[in-house]
Design a protein around this ligand. Structure first.
Ligand code: TXA
Ligand code: MG
Length: 322
């Protein structure tokens, strides 16, 4: 840990665990180190990074947190909540893709916290996957996806949450907006701030009049090689277009489904929403490596973290080229 902290201070990068997904970390104030993070991921420079800190004191060195940010941090930090706020000059433009704002989160996984505490660094860390791939939820997934491209990998076991953090934009503090749903739900944010939060669904959407998306609007998503079809929670799986389809139910079906249950999978045994979130990326990755011609996925109930699971499934159901 001590050594890894030194290496990061010297400008190296490392894959590290967080409670959401594994991140590919570099000193957030070291522009060259952060540039390597973009290179290793094959990530376009217009897609800004999330900066990880130990808490509000460090966040204040990098940004101007409004009152709303302090309230949210008191309730949800350390934890799976990222806040977009006006940035201070200390943060390199490369990290924020030239935006006047920076996305900051205090993760709660003990290993990344220990690393930040010992090194004194804020760590810029996007998910540790090649651009456009699934976010890794175990050290094994990081190794499989980035292989020799990461020299240092801190194994913190499987991720407790399994989907990326909630992102809330507080740039206009009067009108907070949800950029990405996660384990901290919209209802939880609204209750804490006592105000309505708008959800701007952020797919890869070109801005009118330009060929490319604006910085920060480039939420590219994982689309499996195998076409994925989403069906309503409690509904019937659509007929696959031929070939061999895998069906992913939200919870284990009480009876054997037609076909004897072959090629039948589920996100949770008994309907536990947290368990479903933990499994979703690992299962999609596994099925995509299998010999299936289609994946039929049942939506989660649209409540709590279910909204975030459905957001990821909807993105996976979109063709990669979109
Ligand atoms: O759970 C997580 O948030 C994980 C772990 C490693 O902490 N990190 C993660 O990072 O998911 P990444 O890079 O895969 O997603 C970061 C997204 C960007 O794609 C962008 O949409 C948004 O955060 N973002 C970052 N800075 C922003 C900004 N200044 N304004 C708007 N959106 C921003
Ligand atoms: Mg990512």
């Amino acid at each position: 840990m001590e050594t890894l902290g030194c290496l990061l201070r010297q400008g190296e990068t490392a894959a590290v665990p967080t409670e959401t997904v594994y991140g590919l970390a570099a000193n957030a104030l070291d522009e060259e180190a952060c540039r390597r993070v973009f290179e290793i991921k094959g990530r376009p420079l217009i897609d800004p990074l999330i900066v990880h800190v130990t808490g509000m004191a460090k966040a204040e060195e990098l940004s101007f947190p409004p009152d709303a940010a302090r309230r949210l941090a008191r309730r949800f930090w350390p934890g799976p909540l990222t806040m977009v706020m006006r940035k201070k000059p200390a943060v390199p433009d490369l990290v924020t893709a030239g935006l006047p704002t920076v996305a900051i989160r205090a993760p709660r996984h003990p290993l990344i916290r220990e690393l930040m505490r010992r090194s004194g660094l804020a760590l810029a860390a996007p998910s540790a996957n090649p651009f456009g791939c699934l976010s890794p939820t175990s050290a094994r997934m990081v190794r499989d996806m980035l292989g020799g491209r990461v020299r240092h990998l801190l194994d913190g076991g499987p991720c407790e949450i399994g989907i990326e953090s909630t992102i809330v934009d507080l740039t206009n503090a009067a009108v907070p907006s949800l950029l990405r749903p996660g384990a901290v739900t919209r209802e939880m944010l609204e209750e804490t701030l006592e105000t309505e939060i708008v959800f701007t669904e952020k797919f890869f959407r070109p801005v009118a009049g330009t060929a490319a998306p604006a910085p920060g609007m480039m939420e590219r998503h994982y689309s499996p090689r195998t076409p994925l079809f989403l069906f309503n929670h409690g509904g019937t799986a659509p007929r696959p277009p031929g070939g061999r389809a895998a069906t992913v139910y939200f919870r284990r079906p009480p009876e054997r489904p037609p076909g004897g249950g072959r090629d039948c999978y589920w996100l949770t045994e008994a309907g536990d929403m947290e368990e479903a979130a933990r499994n979703v990326f690992a299962l999609l990755g596994k099925l995509d490596r299998g010999a299936y011609t289609a994946i039929l996925a049942e939506a989660a109930p649209d409540e709590g973290i279910g909204a975030a699971i459905n957001d990821r499934l909807r993105r996976a159901a979109r063709p990669a080229a979109e």
